[in-house]
Design a protein around this ligand. Structure first.
Ligand SMILES: [Zn+2]
Length: 299
């Protein structure tokens, strides 16, 4: 029996989003990551083409007026949405394709066609709020994907967010719900200011948000201790049937602005079942949501 592949979803359209001259979230970070991956594609990884996210799918995580505002940027050379978030002519199309990449991968996992999927896409997503762009992010891809998983019958969705910045938009999307567990490790205090350890969810969502703050200069030992001692028991009790990872990589030791000392070895160990139990029914679908501080592509 042939082992199921891990899908790598990418699309040249994601290179067509331009946030501005010398903006740290540049197409180059994606272009170079792809270049390295495609030069030496790991065994068991299969390239796949993504579809666009539909209006219905996007509307599960964003308001109609905000989506119309984003759509109105199409074809315009530059639209400024917040202090550090702007679009170019093809940004809206790129965002829809990027979001659709997660959904394509997720569908493949749920349909038993893949054991995992990684969407290497931009623009990023986890700072985007329901009704506002923020922190380089237009569409909150992982929030749309979590809603898609629920719509397809998953009962308990885990979102893991290891980006150096807190995923404020993702937390706000689900903090009042108990069907989506959001766990974030991030430098704190740091941009965007949210993600304090006392933010644990509200109402029936109390206990479904777990923030794991790291101080500047911390690295693998502190990160793994937080995940193994605090996150793993929560995940085990939640027993997710779908795991989504907001796979921003700016907690990496050589990121020029992140300020943490996390290595790829710690990320690999945290992703193993020994530290965070895996899903019972589906394999992870991942995204590349954030880039708040990434100017290199050394993944
Ligand atoms: Zn980030």
């Amino acid at each position: 029996m042939t082992a199921l592949p891990v899908l790598l979803l990418q699309d040249a359209l994601c290179l067509e989003h331009h946030a501005g001259v010398q903006h740290p979230e540049s197409p180059e970070r994606l272009r170079l990551a792809l270049q390295q991956l495609l030069t030496d594609l790991p065994d068991g990884v299969q390239l796949a083409a993504p579809r666009d996210a539909t209006d219905t799918e996007l509307a599960r995580a964003h308001g109609a007026d905000y989506l119309a505002q984003l759509a109105a940027t199409a074809g315009k050379p530059r639209t400024v949405l917040d202090a550090d978030t702007a679009t170019s002519a093809h940004s809206w199309a790129a965002a829809r394709r990027a979001c659709g990449a997660l959904l394509t991968g997720l569908d493949a996992c749920l349909d038993g066609e893949a054991r995992g999927a990684f969407a290497l896409v931009r623009p990023p997503g986890h700072h985007a709020e329901r009704d506002a762009a923020m922190g380089f992010c237009l569409v909150n891809h992982v929030a749309v994907a979590a809603e898609h998983a629920r719509a397809r019958g998953c009962q308990r969705v885990l979102i893991v967010d290891p980006d150096v910045h807190h995923g404020n938009g993702t937390q706000h999307s689900f903090e009042a719900r108990d069907d989506v567990l959001f766990i974030s490790s991030h430098r704190w205090p740091f941009y965007p200011g949210t993600g304090a350890p006392g933010e644990v969810g509200v109402g029936r969502g109390a206990g479904s948000t777990l923030n794991l703050p790291l101080q500047a200069g911390m690295g693998d030992a502190e990160l793994l201790a937080l995940w193994q001692q605090l996150a793993a028991p929560v995940v085990a009790e939640f027993a997710p049937d779908c795991v989504l990872v907001s796979a921003g990589f700016d907690a990496w030791q050589h990121d020029p602005l992140g300020g943490l000392r996390v290595t790829e070895r710690a990320v690999s160990r945290r992703s193993s079942r020994s530290s965070v139990p895996g899903p019972t029914r589906t394999a992870p679908a991942s995204s590349l949501p954030c880039s708040k501080a990434v100017t290199t592509q050394r993944v």
